[in-house]
Design a protein around this ligand. Structure first.
Ligand code: NAI
Length: 249
């Protein structure tokens, strides 16, 4: 059992739903104190209630990760509440599906702003706290779409998710001086609120095409993030791990 995140102060962006909610619940179950940061403050509050009902420690913060002032305020609130920041799960992301021919350039900008710039802003805001603690962990939720595969309608999304991996390789070198690691999980198709918007046909086709014959569960991703966040993973940095039931094989 990985016990080393007990007591650690952890931020989960996009923690109000889907994979982020799964990460928040699994990390809290392992004793981390969790800031559920989400643009949807009401749903973040509901996630916090669920964590507390299960005996965990959590707080909620309304935060749009693409806005530097909001990110800074959220990270400072976390440090005030928990006495520092030890772990960042940069998970918040959006995936509107629009073919390039129909795509408004503003939609491209929004996807890049949330998924890629938002990752950079959250890591940057946590740096002083990792330095103060003499250690830190960052786990980014990337994707197979972009770094490994393509999918029509997701040119912006694929660019943002591949961009996250480019970012993290150099970030790993810069973060090393703070004894801080940064790694990414690359989920395949995970059953979440966001994915269900893509429709039953999409979900059924995807499930049938996966060697393990099911969509992933949020816990499949949360448990991988848990490993990257643990002390036991302390010599792994700048890496990305595909968790997809064999989909890309
Ligand atoms: P979801 O739509 O179920 O949940 C995303 C959460 O992020 C929501 O609570 C939403 O309010 C929040 N959020 C969105 N924009 C935000 C912003 N600007 N600031 C703060 N919070 C924001 O999505 P899901 O499926 O859980 O995805 C989470 C991450 O996993 C994303 O980065 C996504 O790209 C990635 N991913 C998901 C896959 C899947 O199959 N569900 C596959 C591969 C990657």
């Amino acid at each position: 059992m990985l016990t080393s995140i007990a007591g650690r102060a952890c931020i989960v962006t996009g923690g109000a739903a889907g994979i982020g909610k799964g990460i928040a619940r699994v990390f809290a179950a392992h004793g981390a104190r969790v800031m559920v940061a989400d643009r949807n403050g009401d749903d973040a509050g509901a996630t916090v209630e669920a964590i507390r009902a299960a005996g965990g420690t959590a707080e909620a913060a309304a935060c749009d990760v693409s806005d530097w002032d909001q990110v800074r305020a959220m990270v400072e609130a976390t440090a005030r509440t928990f006495g520092g920041v030890d772990i960042l799960c940069a998970n918040a992301g959006i995936y509107p599906q629009t073919k390039m021919v129909d795509m408004d350039p503003a939609e491209w900008d929004r996807v890049l702003a949330v998924n890629l710039k938002g990752t950079f802003l959250c890591v940057k805001a946590c740096l002083p706290w990792f330095e103060a603690a003499g250690r830190g962990r960052v786990v980014v939720t990337s994707s197979i779409t972009g770094p490994v595969t393509g999918f029509p309608g997701w040119t912006h999304y694929g660019a943002s998710k591949a961009g996250q991996l480019g970012f993290l390789r150099t970030a790993a070198m810069e973060l090393a001086r703070y004894n801080t690691t940064i790694n990414a999980v690359q989920p395949g198709n995970i059953a979440t609120e966001g994915l269900s918007d893509l429709g039953d046909d999409y979900l059924a086709t995807m499930a049938a095409s996966i060697p393990l014959k099911r969509l992933g569960a949020v816990e499949d991703i949360a448990n991988t993030a848990l490993f990257f966040a643990s002390d036991e993973a302390g010599y792994i940095t700048g890496q990305a791990l595909v968790v997809d039931g064999g989909q890309i094989l």
